[in-house]
Design a protein around this ligand. Sequence first.
Ligand SMILES: Cc1ncc(COP(=O)(O)O)c(C=O)c1O
Length: 426
Amino acid sequence: MFDALKNQDPEIYNALINEEKRQVTGMELIASENYVSPAVLEALGTVFTNKYSEGYPGKRYYGGQEYTDVVETLAIERAKQLFGAEHANVQPHSGAPANIAVYSALLEPGDTVMGMDLSHGGHLTHGHPVTYMAHIYNFVRYKMKDIETGEIDFDEMLAVAKREKPKLILAGFSAYPRELDYAKFRAIADEVGAYCMMDMAHIAGLIAGKQLKNPVDFGFDVVTSTTHKTLRGPRGGLILCKKELAQKIDKAVFPGFQGGPHMNNTTAKAVAFAEALKPEFQEYAAQVIRNAKVLSETLMELGCKLITNGTDNHMMLMDTITSFGCSGQQVETALDEVGITLNKNMIANDTRPPMDPSGIRLGTPAITTRGMKEEEMKKIAAWMVDTAHHVDDHDRLRQLKKEVTALCTRFPVPGIDSNVIHTENF
Ligand SMILES: Cc1ncc(COP(=O)(O)O)c(C=O)c1O
C-alpha cells in the first residue's frame, strides 16, 4: 500500500506509517474521535478531490458536474433520511464552519444567542470569548442546575431568555454526559420567539443509530453536526433544517461563507451516511452506550468522581483532583505514557486554568468500532486508575503500556493492515 507515496516522499510516508502504528497499538479514548470504514477511507482518497463544484446540484458555476451532482445528491438524500430532516446541506468543511454559517444565516451582527456555558459543556463555537464569533454576536449562557445529576436549570434559562431576548437558543455540547430535554428547549424558544438550534456533533451517531432522541422530531429549526465523531464518517460538517430555512442556510454556506465544496469529503460523507442507515449501525450505537455505562460504573466503583455521576451517551467527565489529587494534565500525560489517549478538560465551575484543569474527558466510540465490549471496559477502567495512582512511577507505567498494547493489537483498526506493526519502521 502507499507505493507512490513511499517512493516519492519518504518523510511523509514514514510519518503516515508511524501514525498507523500509533492507532493500532494505542487505546483511543478521545470522545470526539473514531475510525472510519475502509470504504469511507477509499472514498476520501479519490479523484473527486480534483473537482471544483461551487454551487449546488443542478446549479453550479463550473462545467463537468455530472458525477459530483450524483454524489452530492446522494449525500443530501441519505442525510435527510437518516435524521428525518426536511433539508440537508452537506458542504460545511467542518463543525465550526457549519455553526458559523447558521449564525450568519439567521442573525444580524449584535444579535443575542443563548448557549450552554462553556465550563458546563458548551463548545468553543457556542460563544467562547476567544472566538471571532464572540465579537460579532452577544452570547448569553445557561448552565446545569445540579452538577450531581446534570439537570439543566430551565427556570433560570427562561428568566435569562425573557430578559436578554435571544434570537437563537442553542442546545448541544462537547462535554456533557446526559441527554437534553429537547421539548423544554423548544418551549422556551417559542415563549421568547427565538430560533431553536441543536449542535449534535458529539452524539449524531447515537441519534442516527436510534439510541438517543432526535432533536429534529422536537421541531428544532436547525440541527448542525460534525460527521467524524460518533457518526463515523470523514472529517466534515452537516446542517439540517426546516424547508422554510433551506434557502437562507444554503446561501450562507455558499457563497456566504465557503468557496468550493470538498467533493472527496462529500463522497465519503455519502458512504458514511449509507453505513449509518444500516441495522448494524444501530447495534454499534447501542454498544457504544453499553460500553460507556460499564466503563463509567467500573470507574466509580474504583473510587473515581464522575461529573453527573455517570453517563447517558458515549462520554464521561472525571474530576481528577477529587478522584486522585492529580490535575487533568497530569493524568493525561501519565495515560499517554501507557498508550491510552484522552484529553484534559475543564469541569463545571472549574477554578483551575484550561491548560491545567481539574478533569479529563473520555469516550467509547473509537474502541467500540474496534470491537471492544464490556469485558475490555472493565480492564480499561482498572488500567486508568492504576495509571493515575502511579503518575511518577515510570516502571509501573511501562508495564501497563505492555498490557495496553497487547490488548489493542487483538482488536484491528478498520482500514489499517495490522501487519503495519511488523514493518521496518516499528
Ligand atoms: C459540539 C461541537 N460543535 C462543533 C465542533 C467543531 O467541529 P470541528 O472541529 O469539526 O470544526 C465540535 C468539535 O469538537 C463540537 O464538539
